[in-house]
Design a protein around this ligand. Structure first.
Ligand SMILES: Cc1cc2nc3c(=O)[nH]c(=O)nc-3n(C[C@H](O)[C@H](O)[C@H](O)COP(=O)(O)OP(=O)(O)OC[C@H]3O[C@@H](n4cnc5c(N)ncnc54)[C@H](O)[C@@H]3O)c2cc1C
Length: 321
């Protein structure tokens, strides 16, 4: 690798990602007196920063804007001595630092040395790419029923998708919404049989089969979606207060594909200590294979990853006790 090296002595730990997982890992690492750097994405942002209102993060009963919460994470981590840089990491390579195993991380022209690495690069919800989708995020368009379902008590919502996540979330949304219309491109669901059976038997769930969303519309908030019948070509409007889009989640793990173990969906596989398939590389947050992707779980994973990295680095330096 060539490029500008920040220093000849490696960081104890370099964290890739500046979201809740990365900043929590950074705070724990720095507070444990490790020399720690977090590299936050330059061309990407943390999912939490685009979240209008978070009301399920413990300890903040009044709720908080996602951007403000991210700023608080940052302030707290900096307070304990975490260094923060910005850059898009493209590779991690194994490298010897004196008599120790370690890594070199490339982000644009910069090269960072580390004894341990924590990957916290998150994931992105796939978009439909239709008019109104971006504009109404946080104003009726959602990618998370756990996050936003309770805002739709006694309202009518649409769920886009026909796979396991879409159907599971449609069923969950019937706890709040008075009607949930599942919009699916095909004339039958892809979800597993048990979920299909439950959804089809649920009186609150209706189906718009063989239909695609053409646009999401309204004044300040979502009021309707325009649907196209893919068999007849006819279009119609469906009045809804919210649209939940579940057409897939893409983990930001392409850069690490060659180095560490991923599952079939591209998520990083870790053990309970956030250890990946490569000793010295840990991972946490939305980019790992797990069930619940939330701020609180990202923070929990981040704390565990930092503690595991701390034990690893102490062992590598002969400081373990
Ligand atoms: C619209 C919306 C609403 C939500 N509402 C809620 C809610 O109400 N409650 C809740 O708990 N959760 C909510 N979530 C989920 C929550 O935002 C995520 O679970 C959480 O942000 C995951 O944290 P993370 O640190 O793993 O990933 P992220 O927050 O996505 O952060 C990933 C970080 O990695 C960086 N990165 C990515 N690739 C690279 C790279 N190659 N090099 C360097 N850096 C990189 C990014 O720039 C970013 O800094 C919501 C999500 C969305 C999209």
């Amino acid at each position: 690798m060539s490029g500008e090296s920040v220093s000849n002595s490696p960081y104890d730990v370099v964290i890739i990602g500046g979201g809740p997982a990365g900043l929590t890992a950074g705070m724990y690492a720095a507070r444990a007196s490790l020399r720690a750097l977090a590299i936050a994405g330059e061309s990407t942002v943390s999912q939490v920063t685009v979240t209008d209102h978070i009301e399920n993060y413990p300890g903040i009963p009044e709720g908080i804007n996602g951007f403000d919460l991210a700023e608080r994470f940052k302030t707290q981590a900096l307070q304990f001595g975490l260094e923060i840089a910005s850059g898009d990491v493209t590779t991690i390579e194994k490298k010897r630092w004196g008599d120790r195993d370690g890594f070199e991380i490339a982000a644009g022209p910069m090269r960072y040395g580390a004894l341990a690495v924590i990957i916290a690069t998150g994931a992105n919800w796939r978009r439909l790419g239709v008019r109104g989708e971006e504009r109404f995020i946080g104003k009726g368009v959602s990618f998370c029923a756990t996050c936003d379902g309770p805002f739709y008590r006694d309202r009518e919502v649409a769920v886009v998708g026909g796979g396991d996540t879409a159907i599971q979330e449609a069923i969950y949304l019937t706890r709040f919404a008075k009607k949930v219309t599942v919009i699916h491109r095909r004339d039958r669901l892809r979800a597993t049989a048990i979920l299909q059976k439950r959804a089809l038997a649920n009186e609150k769930i209706a189906f718009a089969w063989s239909s695609a969303v053409e646009s999401i519309d309204g004044l300040d908030l979502v009021q309707w979606v325009r649907l196209k019948d893919l068999k007849t070509g006819a279009t119609r409007e469906l009045a809804v207060d919210g649209v939940f889009i579940f057409v897939g989640l893409t983990p930001n793990t392409d850069a690490f594909r060659e180095l560490i173990g991923l599952d079939r969906g591209g998520y990083i596989t870790v053990d309970a200590h956030m250890q990946t398939s490569v000793p010295g590389i840990f991972a946490c947050g939305d980019c790992i294979a797990k069930r619940l992707r939330q701020v609180v779980t990202a923070c929990g994973d981040g704390a565990t990853a930092a503690f595991s990295a701390q034990l690893y680095v102490e062992e590598a330096k002969g400081e373990a006790y």
